[in-house]
Design a protein around this ligand. Structure first.
Ligand code: ATP
Ligand code: MG
Length: 417
C-alpha cells in the first residue's frame, strides 16, 4: 500500500518556502520594532487548558480538537490556537512577578479537525502576538496596527479591519440575558448544539453557521447597545486612535468571534478577495483569561494571523516578489583539476550559491546537468586557463563566455551577479 497524506494536511515543498521566509521575516522585524519578544510553547498541552480557556461551548472545543490519551492515561490536545499556551507559560514561569508588561509573539503550527477546503486545513500555521498587563486602549490600537502593518508591508490589497466590543464582566451578563430571551423565542428552530448553547453560553449562537440561525441573527440584540460607560469609553478611544493613524476600519456590531475568552475589543481583518474564507487575522482583548486559569487579575489581548491564507491571498494578487539568488555551477575539464575545483568551491560557497558538478564525469555530462538544473552561470576549469590562474565563466542564458582571473574571482563575480 502506498502511504499518502492524512486529510487536511499538506507538505510545504521547497518551492513554497520563499513565501514562508518572506512572511516570517517581515513579521519578525515588525514585532521586534514594537518591542515584542518571541516565545515558543509546546505543540501539545493538557486538554483542560483549551476546555477552560478557549471555552467548552466553542466549535473548537466541541468539535475540532485533536485529543488523545498518552500512555499514562493523561488527556492531551494538539494546540488548536496559540493564546492558551502563552498564558499557561506566563503562569508556569510566574512572569507576572518580574514583568509588569509582557509582549510576546509566536509563529507555529495549529491543529483543528475541520472540513478541509481552500484556506482551511487541519494543520495550519499562525503567527501572532499576546500582550499581558496593559488595560489601556492605546494597546488595543497597537495590536491591530501591528497586524495591519504586516499585511501592508507584504503589499496585501483590499484590507478591511472590522471591529466590535463585547463588553466586560459588568455589562456582559445583561447582554447575555437579552440574547437568551431573544433566542428562546425561536428555540424550536435551533439545532441540538445551539439549544445547549442557549443555556450555557448564548453568545456562541451568534457564531453558528447553521442556515436557520444565520437569518435569526439579523435581529438579535447587539453587544454595543449594552456596553457600560467604561467599555463605551474604551471602545471610542480605540476607534479614535485607529482614525488618527488613518487606519481603515469598520464597526461591525455583529462580530463576536469564535472564542469564549474575549472581553471588550474584538477584531478581524478581511480582504475582499478571498470569498468565504476571507478572514486572515482575528484577535481581541481577554481581560479575565489569566484569572480563569487561576492567576492574578491581569488584562491581556492579542491576534493571530493565518499564514496559509495570507499566502493564498498574496498569490491571488500576484504580490509575492521573491528574488532568487543566481546559481553558479562549477565544472572541470578532467580529473586533473579535481583538487583545484574543491579549493575554489570552498571559497565560492562562502559567498554564492554554488552547485559542484559530478567532477569525475566528462565535461559534457557536467554541463548537461548544469543545464537541467537551471544554472545561471557555469565556471569551467580547463588546462589552457588554469596555467595562467584564470577560469572560464559562461552565462548559461546568453551563451556568452569570458575568462576571469582567479585572484579576484569573488570581486568579479560580485559585479556580475
Ligand atoms: P474562521 O472563521 O475562518 O474559521 P476562526 O475565527 O476560526 O476563523 P481564529 O481562530 O481567529 O480563526 O484564527 C485566526 C486566523 O487563523 C484566521 O483568521 C485564519 O486566517 C486562520 N485559520 C483559522 N483556522 C484555520 C484553518 N483551519 N486553516 C487555515 N487557517 C486557519
Ligand atoms: Mg474557525
Amino acid at each position: 500500500m502506498k502511504i499518502g497524506l492524512p486529510r487536511g494536511v499538506q507538505d510545504i515543498l521547497p518551492e513554497e518556502i520563499p513565501y514562508w521566509h518572506l512572511i516570517e521575516k517581515t513579521a519578525r522585524s515588525i514585532f521586534e520594532k514594537y518591542n515584542y519578544e518571541e516565545i515558543r510553547t509546546p505543540i501539545f498541552e493538557y486538554t483542560e487548558l483549551f476546555v477552560k480557556g478557549t471555552g467548552e461551548t466553542t466549535d473548537i472545543v466541541m468539535k475540532e480538537m485533536y485529543t488523545f490519551t498518552d500512555k499514562k492515561g493523561r488527556s492531551l490536545t494538539l494546540r488548536p490556537e496559540g493564546t492558551p499556551g502563552v498564558i499557561r507559560a506566563y503562569l508556569t514561569n510566574k512572569i507576572y512577578t518580574s514583568k509588569p508588561v509582557w509582549k510576546v509573539y509566536y509563529i507555529g503550527p495549529m491543529f483543528r479537525y475541520e472540513r478541509p477546503q481552500a484556506g482551511r486545513y487541519r494543520q495550519f500555521h499562525q503567527l501572532g502576538v499576546e500582550v499581558l498587563g496593559r488595560k489601556d486602549p492605546y494597546i488595543d490600537f497597537e495590536v491591530i496596527n501591528i497586524a495591519v502593518e504586516i499585511l501592508k508591508s507584504l503589499e496585501l490589497e483590499n484590507i478591511e479591519v472590522e471591529i466590535n466590543s463585547l463588553g466586560c464582566s459588568q455589562c456582559r451578563p445583561k447582554y447575555r440575558e437579552a440574547l437568551k430571551s431573544y433566542f428562546s423565542k425561536y428555540e424550536d428552530l435551533l439545532s441540538p448544539i445551539d439549544k445547549e448553547r442557549l443555556e450555557r453560553n448564548p453568545l456562541r449562537i451568534l457564531d453558528s453557521k447553521d442556515e436557520k440561525v444565520i437569518s435569526l441573527k439579523e435581529d438579535a440584540p447587539q453587544p454595543l447597545d449594552f456596553l457600560c460607560e467604561d467599555c463605551k469609553k474604551h471602545f471610542d478611544k480605540v476607534t479614535n486612535y485607529l482614525s488618527i493613524a488613518n487606519l481603515n476600519y469598520k464597526i461591525n456590531p455583529k462580530l463576536v468571534r469564535g472564542l469564549d475568552y474575549y472581553t471588550r475589543t474584538v477584531f478581524e481583518i478581511t480582504t475582499t478577495t478571498l470569498g468565504a474564507q476571507n478572514a486572515v487575522v482575528g484577535g481581541g482583548r481577554y481581560d479575565n483569561l489569566v484569572e480563569t486559569y487561576g492567576g492574578p487579575q491581569i488584562p491581556g489581548l492579542g491576534f493571530a494571523l493565518g499564514i496559509e491564507r495570507l499566502i493564498l491571498l498574496l498569490k491571488q494578487q500576484a504580490k509575492l516578489g521573491i528574488e532568487k539568488q543566481k546559481l553558479l555551477f562549477l565544472a572541470i575539464e578532467d580529473e586533473n583539476y579535481l583538487k583545484k575545483a574543491i579549493e575554489i568551491s570552498q571559497v565560492l560557497q562562502k559567498n554564492f550559491k554554488v552547485e559542484v558538478g559530478p567532477l569525475e564525469e566528462p565535461l559534457r555530462a557536467q554541463l548537461r546537468l548544469a543545464d537541467k538544473i537551471g544554472a545561471d552561470f557555469v565556471l569551467i576549469i580547463n588546462s589552457s586557463l588554469i596555467e595562467r590562474n584564470f577560469i572560464k565563466i559562461r552565462d548559461f542564458k546568453s551563451g556568452e563566455e569570458k575568462n576571469i582571473s582567479i585572484d579576484n574571482l569573488i570581486e568579479t563575480l560580485n559585479t556580475m551577479l
